[in-house]
Design a protein around this ligand. Structure first.
Ligand code: GNR
Ligand code: NI
Length: 158
């Protein structure tokens, strides 16, 4: 297990389309473990493989609902309602912005055993699912921000 380096905005890999995973391998298993470790180390609620430099359709999510979700080749199949709120991204450090997302989503994906499942998420889980799936298609939340991108780091003047 290892904490991997997170790619940040401007890195061209973040803007590329990710490839579907065809089979579970030891490499992919290790990647998933490392993605969880990297996400927890950086206090994130989700992480997509391109953020650690791998162009594969893999997402991990933990929004503190008692579950650790692994989504391989995810596809959002239903969206309902809308929520407008603050969003951040580990690949856009020190910034946050207001983004409107569906209030509820249904996503179809494969789990770590390559078994298909459908996950329904609301509130932050729906937001995280949308945010992570967008990463797999080379999209960052900054392109969806309403108004200004805000600074979240305190600037202390001397
Ligand atoms: O840690 C994260 N917090 C977050 C907050 C609101 C909406 C989405 C997110 S995901 C983000 C981690 C990240 O960059 N995942 O790609
Ligand atoms: Ni992100």
């Amino acid at each position: 297990m290892a904490v991997r380096t997170i790619r940040v905005i401007g890195d061209e890999i973040l803007y590329k389309e990710c490839k579907p995973v065809k089979e579970m391998t030891q490499r992919v298993e290790e990647l998933i473990e490392d993605m969880f470790e990297t996400m927890y180390e950086n206090n994130g609620v989700g992480l997509a493989a391109p953020q650690v430099g791998i162009l594969k359709q893999i997402v991990v999510i933990d929004v503190d609902d008692g579950n650790q979700y692994v989504l391989i080749n995810p596809e959002i199949i239903e969206e309902e309602g809308s929520q407008t709120g603050q969003e951040g991204c580990l690949s856009v450090p020190g910034k946050a912005g207001i983004v409107t997302r569906p209030q509820k989503v249904k996503v179809k994906a494969l789990d770590e055993n390559m078994e298909e499942f459908v996950l329904e998420g609301e509130d932050l889980l729906a937001r995280a699912i949308c945010h992570e799936c967008a990463h797999l298609h080379g999209q960052l939340y900054v392109s969806l921000v309403e108004g200004e991108l805000m600074d979240t780091t305190e600037e202390v003047e001397e």
